[in-house]
Write a protein that binds this ligand. Structure first.
Ligand code: NDP
Ligand code: 2IT
Length: 445
């Protein structure tokens, strides 16, 4: 058994049934084989053994009262995975599928993603199996208040700074911030993704989608191509999907799909700005189903399906983990897809990734492609610390610079280690080395 296999075996034994966590660790560790060969000092210092063990795992009860007066109980999590290069940073996910393995996979990914951003942020993630769907505003508020009543003692602007993810947007961040402030009696940048009026950053709502398209644009440049006229397939219809579509439109591309957990819409005429506005109002305010888009604009609706069968040049999975399997990847490649930008975290299964890599397409893994969101959260933290706010152009310029630097760092690391064009190897290696070096500097902690 190789050293890497030994570590994987240890992770599986020590964390039974945490399948998504195993998958995320497996992918990263496989990429690190050449790094570990080149740096025997990492093995001696047990860097990998330490890296796969979270610094702290918090799991707590979240009791709340429904509108009917029923007692409800959910489970809350915060994984403080690695603080070698900065305070823990990462989103909160509220979704009924949330469990310990999903939280740990997301927090593990976040370590390397945050490292790639060039900013000083460690890796963390949290959330709950609470389902915001179908809940009233007051129920969501009571849940958020109860969640923060426990979480507040574990976080802080220099300790751990949560933000949004699936099911957590501006509304939930507002409710949680209000409760934090009330208990701790301090107005600080303890959460990002805040509303502009009280400490949020311009461009943070747009950042993940915009950043994902910026990274894809950089990948396309290496083949002297642009987005002009390219048909794009996007999954999801939440924050990341919405702003991915918006940026694609600005660059002259033709996005044709959106989806939610019930199915997808295919608009062969293309989703334009007006239709996007409708989808945003539908999803962000009325909180309805994407099928309404098809009903309103006469587009096709495919119930219970994902959009990968629609022929395209570029695909942007922006919903959830493992939404592209081996077959989907084969279909995409067969239909002429040459660019994949992962807005979601770990949306492609390991078998799917192999298909993309073998086909030598421009495949931008989530760690690199969706890092614009957390990077702009980092910029929100900087603005909060200075008690200043930058104009949109300034934040967008910095976001773009960061995405270019992530692209270049991943491309360089891949080439340096003999895997030119392999952004999976590149992102994992570049993200890891900075964290490993910091851990070496700080002793055996
Ligand atoms: P939102 O809650 O705004 O939107 C999520 C979208 O994905 C919705 O359309 C939702 O459908 C769909 N979706 C969620 N879970 C599933 C599922 N199990 N099966 C099918 N569809 C699903 O979340 P975001 O847009 O913020 O997040 C999307 C992805 O991007 C996630 O993987 C997240 O981790 C990742 N990400 C987000 C960042 C951010 O800044 N927000 C930053 C980096 C990554 P429905 O409406 O039916 O629930
Ligand atoms: O997965 C992610 O990077 C996020 N959900 C954003 C995290 C953040 O702290 O902005």
């Amino acid at each position: 058994m190789s050293y890497i296999e030994e570590i994987l075996d240890l992770v599986k034994r020590r964390n039974p049934a945490e399948y998504e966590f195993h998958q995320a660790v497996d992918e990263v560790l496989q990429s690190l084989e050449p790094v570990m060969e080149k740096h025997p000092e990492y093995r001696e210092a047990r860097i990998l053994e330490r890296l796969v063990e979270p610094e702290r795992v918090l799991m707590f009860r979240v009791p709340w009262l429904s509108d009917k007066g029923d007692f409800e109980v959910n489970r809350g999590f915060r994984i403080q995975f690695n603080s070698a290069i900065g305070p823990y940073k990462g989103g909160l996910r509220f979704h009924p599928t949330v469990n310990l393995g999903i939280m740990k996979f997301l927090a593990f990914e976040q370590i390397f993603k945050n490292s790639l951003t060039t900013l000083a942020m460690g890796g963390g993630k949290g959330g709950s199996d609470f389902d915001p769907k179908g809940k009233s505003n007051n129920e969501v508020m009571r849940f958020c208040q109860s969640f923060m009543t426990e979480l507040c003692r574990h976080i802080g602007p220099d300790t751990d700074v949560p933000a949004g993810d699936i099911g957590v947007g501006a509304r939930e961040i507002g409710f949680m911030y209000g409760q934090y402030k009330r208990i701790m009696n301090e107005f600080t940048g303890v959460l990002t993704g805040k509303a502009l009026r009280w400490g949020g950053s311009l461009i943070r709502p747009e950042a993940t989608g915009y950043g994902c398209v910026y990274l894809a644009q950089e990948m396309l440049k290496t083949r002297k191509e642009t987005f002009e006229g390219k048909v794009c397939v996007v999954s999801g219809s939440g924050n990341v999907a919405q702003y991915t579509v918006k940026k694609l439109l600005e660059l002259g591309a033709k996005p044709v799909t959106l989806s939610d957990s019930n199915g997808f819409v295919y608009d062969s005429k293309g989703i334009d700005l007006k239709k996007l506005e409708f989808a945003m109002e539908l999803k962000n305010i009325r909180r309805g189903r994407i099928k309404e888009y098809a009903d309103k604009f006469g587009a096709e609706y495919h119930d219970g399906k994902r959009p990968w069968s629609i022929p395209c040049k570029a695909a942007f999975p922006s919903a959830t983990q493992n939404e592209i399997d081996e077959k989907d990847a084969e279909t995409l490649v067969k239909n002429g897809c040459t660019v994949v930008g992962e807005g979601a975290n770990m949306p492609t299964t390991p078998e799917g990734i192999d298909v993309f890599l073998k086909a030598n397409i421009l495949y931008g893994p989530g760690k690199a492609a969706n890092a614009g969101g957390v990077a702009t959260s980092g910029l929100e933290m900087s603005q909060n610390a200075m008690r200043l706010s930058w104009p949109a152009e300034e934040v967008d310029k910095r976001l773009k610079q960061i995405m270019v630097s992530i692209h270049d760092a991943a491309a360089k690391a891949a080439a340096d280690y003999g895997f030119p064009g392999n952004y999976v190897m590149g992102a994992n290696i570049a993200g890891f080395v900075k964290v490993a070096e910091a851990m070496m500097d700080q002793g055996h902690v």
